[in-house]
Design a protein around this ligand. Structure first.
Ligand SMILES: Nc1ncnc2c1ncn2[C@@H]1O[C@H](COP(=O)(O)OP(=O)(O)OP(=O)(O)O)[C@@H](O)[C@H]1O
Ligand SMILES: [Mg+2]
Length: 499
């Protein structure tokens, strides 16, 4: 095969951030009109490699060829000119603007009247592209009114409007519902059909195997394997990613349940939940299944005091609680790991250590004076426990890979030493090795008598980890099963089917 059959080649790319070498002599090529998957653990270097490709970072060494021609990207604009567009792991749209305004942001079509944009032309061209690709999106809708899946389509529209030929998708499905993800797969296949090259990053092995033609695996900044996907099994990929076999993915747990710890009775809020009642015992892990929009996150928000209860009550360790603000929930011993890391979880411009200790000062007896050495040693110990990859605890959270940011947030709640922990999609964007570590932590917390609620869209995870599984639909509970006595099919059916 001649070089030019490759839409893209990256050769001998190296990149360091201070003492951290994120990429070591990485070489990989993507064939035109294919989906090329990039796999690897959190921090392996996938996003960094793609940021080098899109001109966000300048490589220390190596070169990039597009259609066999060497390219220099000193800034993102140059990569875009060369036909490369990147859909970031964290979406990046102007929320108060419309779809078409975002699509044409910085590249507006001007009208014949000086200094005036041709709004109609921009709307028409956006609509034409939507029709061409069968996207159900109104060009005049505001971004803030769109679902995450639709926002992703807007990012794609931006790329397509700039005539991108290589599109990078960094964990595009990590916050999509199953239906939205299915839709995205159709779009990806349609793009490939039209000769575009897609670089696809995901931690979800099933979709990587189903969608990609070729697959490259990064480990610790190096390409350790690259082949046709059809030549590999999931086990092969995982072995290359983590450098060992992963046995007992869902570690066994044998914990006798204690007294009732948490009781929700008839909860309702203005975010659309009503009549939500359930209990969680000490040592118990209760799962919560449901489709996107079923009210699971809203239930967590109501319990945690983010959204006030309009009805119902909460009993915690035998006492009725009136929680009006998250601080009160934390003070009482309730924690919430939020699903939306970027908006409601991590402060990326603050050090990791601060991200861990912020809600915990009072608990740590550090209300007036911060004991820095105590803070540091705590952070180091907890960082080790969740195996976060950082240069040091004081590194800004923004310097961590997405999955490692999630581990910092988990460490935050381990530090808080709370008695009831709500995990909302805790393994989103987390690699397989780290997932297993999180399941182990959940087991340890259960053994220590903590009560836990695990909200997850991944049924295998709920079945692998939980004692009981609650099912939500349209804002209320429609099922409560002992895990051993039900099946994924039954849970899925109840979550999806109207009564
Ligand atoms: N701006 C930065 N400053 C310092 N270190 C960085 C920066 N960006 C990335 N790194 C480091 O480079 C390494 C690779 O990170 P990268 O984000 O590429 O990982 P990833 O494979 O995309 O992981 P994930 O699956 O968690 O998204 C990590 O050790 C990370 O901490
Ligand atoms: Mg990444």
């Amino acid at each position: 095969m001649s070089d030019v059959a490759y839409a893209l080649s990256m050769e001998h790319i190296s990149k360091s951030f201070g003492p951290v070498q994120a990429l070591k002599d990485v070489t990989f090529s993507a064939r035109r009109g294919t989906v090329h998957a990039l796999c690897g653990e959190n921090g392996a270097g996938k996003s960094t490699l793609m940021k080098v490709l899109s001109g966000v970072y300048k490589e220390d060494a190596g070169r990039i060829l597009v259609d066999g021609v060497v390219q220099e990207f000193a800034a993102p604009g140059q990569a875009i000119e060369a036909g490369i567009s990147m859909l970031y792991q964290e979406l990046d749209l102007a929320e108060d603007m419309t779809v078409y305004e975002n699509v044409f942001l910085g590249r507006e079509i001007m009208s014949s009247i000086p200094f005036k944009t041709d709004v109609q032309a921009m709307i028409d061209r956006t609509r034409a592209l939507c029709v061409h690709y069968n996207f159900a999106i109104d060009p005049e809708a505001l971004i803030r009114d769109l679902t995450l899946g639709q926002c992703q389509i807007v990012e794609l529209l931006k790329a397509l409007m700039r005539s991108a030929t290589i599109i990078v998708m960094d964990e595009p499905t990590s916050s999509l519902s199953e239906g939205e993800a299915e839709n995205l797969f159709k779009v990806v296949r349609a793009l490939r059909q039209r000769g575009l090259t897609i670089i696809y990053i995901s931690h979800r092995m099933e979709e990587v195997m189903a969608l990609s033609d070729d697959l490259s695996i990064l480990r610790d900044g190096e390409v350790v394997h690259s082949d046709r996907t059809s030549q590999m099994s999931v086990d092969d990929v995982v072995r290359h990613m983590v450098g060992r076999e992963l046995k007992d993915f869902y570690p066994a747990r044998n914990v006798a349940l204690g007294a009732v710890c948490f009781e929700a009775d008839g909860l309702a809020s203005d975010e659309g939940i009503h009549d939500v009642s359930f209990t969680v015992h000490k040592g118990e892990v209760v799962g919560m299944a449901g489709l996107v929009g079923a009210g699971r996150t809203e239930t967590a928000r109501a319990i945690f005091g983010v959204q006030p209860l309009t009805q119902g009550s909460i009993r915690f360790k035998g006492e009725t609680l009136r929680i009006k603000r998250p601080e009160q929930a934390i003070g009482r011993g309730i924690a919430l790991l939020t699903e939306d890391r970027k908006r409601t979880g991590i402060c990326t411009n603050l050090p990791c250590s601060w991200n861990m200790t912020l809600p915990n000062y009072e608990r740590l007896g550090m209300k007036r004076l911060l004991n820095l050495s105590r803070e540091r040693s705590l952070c180091e110990a907890l960082g080790k426990r969740v195996r976060v990859k950082w240069s040091e605890p004081d590194a800004p959270a923004s310097s961590l890979s997405g999955g490692n940011q999630q581990k910092v947030l988990i460490a935050r709640w381990l530090m808080a030493d709370t008695e009831f922990i709500i995990f909302d999609e805790p393994t989103r964007g987390i690699d397989v090795g780290a997932k297993k570590e999180i399941y182990t932590i959940i087991n340890e917390l259960a053994a220590a008598g903590k009560a836990q609620l695990l909200i997850s869209s991944e049924l295998p995870e709920l079945f692998g980890v939980c004692d009981r599984i609650l099912v939500m639909r349209r804002g209320t509970l429609v099922g409560d099963f002992i895990t051993k006595e039900t099946t994924p099919e039954q849970v899925m059916h109840i979550a999806a089917v109207e009564a």
